[in-house]
Design a protein. Sequence first.
Length: 171
Amino acid sequence: MLTEKMEAALNAQIVMEAYASNLYLSMGAWCEQKGLEGCAKFMYRQSEEERSHMLKIFNYINETDGHALVPGIKEPLHKWESVRTMFESVYEHEKNVTKSINDLVRISYAENDHATLNFLQYYVEEQREEEALMRSILDKITLIGDGPQSLYFIDMEVEKINNLIPEEENE
Ligand code: FEO
């Protein structure tokens, strides 16, 4: 059974994951419009993954006798200055999610809620992986450059990453 504080904090995390899902969906559309097919595919998959993160918390709250709340979602941006600024904002968002997951872990300790502490380990690992992935993409963009002539090569590199990520990572 969740304490009120734990339940409210998990519901707040649902808002964050749902926003990330919409933000990445919007980024996917922008990439597609720019002809960056590899980046679009990457962002659409990230969007699905964020939805799965949201649903996992949603189901967990309900399974532990809480009440998962479906959030209203703030409208995301629809355009970015460049592919670099888009990935920079993904990285910033992921760092904020990591902070928020760490806060959840802290609350679960304070509430002596070992089930939730255990449940959150998936998110701790997931955030480590996502931050590393976004950093590696930004490093590639730094190497390649992000002028108009470089976009094709950036897109190819992101497509290579798409091919390395197994489909089941969306689940
Ligand atoms: Fe579910 Fe990437 O935070």
